[in-house]
Design a protein around this ligand. Structure first.
Ligand code: DGY
Length: 328
C-alpha cells in the first residue's frame, strides 16, 4: 500500500499528479482558508506524512498522528513546528531553503521603496480623488540612493538584499550573530557593525533573522529609540521579531519615520493600530509569492517528503537527531 499523506494547501495539478504516483493523497481543502486545529487533527490521524504551509504543528496535533513520520514545510521558516516535540517522537522535519531567496529579496526592496517614496499611501490618496495637480512641495519621500542600508540577519536572504543595494549606491552595514567570512562580506558589499551602530546608522533597517523565542521582539522600544527618527524599518521575515505595540507608538509619535511590513505577530490577524497609519506599508506575507518560486518551494518540499518516507535522509532535514528514533 502507498504511504498516506496530507497536503494542507491547494497545489497545482502537475505537483499533485507527481504526489499521486507515490502516495495516497488527501488534499481536499476547507472552504474558508487554512484548516482549523480540529480539522487538522482529524485529517492527520491516519497519515504517514504531511506537506505544510505555515500550519501550526504542536504536541497536541502530533499526539493525534501516531503514524506520522515526516512533517515537510513548503516554507524556509519552520517556527510553525514544535521541532523538539517532533524529534521526541521520531518525526523528521524539513524546510525549503534557498529557492525563495531572490524572490524574497525582491519583495524586501519593493517594500523599502514603497515606504521611502510613499507609494501605497499616494495610491490611496489619488484613488480618493485628491489629486488636483502637481505641487512643488507635495508628496516628499526619502531618498534611497546613497543612503545607509542596515541589515539585521545576514543569511542568504539578507545577502541577496545587500547585493541589490549596489545599484542604489548605498552604504550597507549589517549585524549578525557571527560575522561573515570576508569573501561573503565582499560579495555583499557590506560592513559588519555592532547592534548599536546598526540601529544608530541605518536609514533603512531590514530584518532577515529566522524567528526563534530568543529573537522575539529583537526590535522593541529600546531599539526603536536608538534608531534615527528619519529611518524606515522593513520586515519581510517574521512578525514576532518586532514589538508591534512599540512600533505603532514610535510611528504615531514620529520617532521612526516609517515601516514596511510583510509579516505580523499572530498573522493573519493584524494589529489594528497599523491600519490607521499612513507611514506604514502593509502586505499579507507574500515575500515568496511568485508562481515560479512557490512551485520551486513545493517541489523541494515534495523531494524531502519522498526521501523521508522512502527511509532516506532528506536534503533539508532540520532535526537530524530524530533519525535515531525515526518511526518504521
Ligand atoms: C517562508 O518560506 O518562510 C516564507 O515566509 C513564506 O513566504
Amino acid at each position: 500500500m502507498k504511504p498516506r499523506i496530507l497536503v494542507t494547501r491547494t497545489l497545482v495539478d502537475e505537483l499533485l499528479d507527481e504526489l499521486r504516483r507515490h502516495f495516497e493523497v488527501d488534499d481536499s481543502q476547507p472552504r474558508d482558508g487554512p484548516h482549523s486545529a480540529d480539522e487538522l487533527r482529524s485529517r492527520i490521524a491516519d497519515k504517514d506524512g504531511v506537506l505544510l504551509f505555515a500550519d501550526r504543528v504542536d504536541a497536541a496535533l502530533l499526539d493525534a498522528a501516531p503514524r506520522l513520520k515526516a512533517a515537510c514545510n513548503i516554507t524556509v521558516g519552520y517556527n510553525n513546528v514544535d521541532v523538539a516535540a517532533c524529534t521526541a517522537r521520531g518525526i523528521l522535519v524539513t524546510n525549503a531553503p534557498g529557492v525563495l531567496d531572490d524572490t524574497t529579496a525582491d519583495m524586501t526592496w519593493a517594500l523599502l521603496l514603497a515606504a521611502a517614496r510613499r507609494i501605497a499611501e499616494s495610491d490611496r490618496w489619488l484613488r480618493a480623488g485628491n489629486w488636483k495637480g502637481m505641487k512643488f512641495s507635495d508628496r516628499f519621500g526619502r531618498d534611497v540612493h546613497h543612503a545607509t542600508l542596515g541589515i539585521l540577519g545576514m543569511g542568504r536572504i539578507g545577502r541577496a538584499v545587500a547585493r541589490r543595494a549596489v545599484g542604489f549606491d548605498m552604504r550597507v552595514i549589517y549585524h549578525n550573530r557571527t560575522r561573515l567570512e570576508s569573501a561573503l562580506e565582499t560579495e555583499a558589499n557590506a560592513r559588519y557593525v555592532g547592534m548599536d551602530e546598526l540601529l544608530a546608522q541605518s536609514d533603512f533597517l531590514s530584518l532577515h533573522l529566522p524567528y526563534t523565542e530568543a529573537n522575539r521582539n529583537v526590535i522593541g522600544a529600546v531599539e526603536l529609540a536608538r534608531m534615527k527618527p528619519t529611518a524606515i524599518l522593513v520586515n519581510a521575515s517574521r512578525g514576532g521579531l518586532v514589538d508591534e505595540p512599540a512600533l505603532i507608538a514610535a510611528l504615531r509619535e514620529g520617532r521612526v519615520a516609517g515601516a514596511a511590513l510583510d509579516v505580523f505577530d499572530g498573522e493573519p490577524t493584524v494589529n489594528r493600530g497599523f491600519l490607521g497609519l499612513d507611514n506604514v506599508v502593509l502586505a499579507p506575507h507574500m515575500g515568496s509569492a511568485t508562481r515560479a518560486t512557490r512551485l520551486a518551494m513545493a517541489r523541494l518540499a515534495i523531494e524531502n517528503l519522498m526521501e523521508a518516507l522512502a527511509g532516506g535522509v532528506p536534503r533539508c532535514l532540520v532535526n537530524p537527531e530524530a533519525l535515531a528514533r525515526r518511526r518504521g
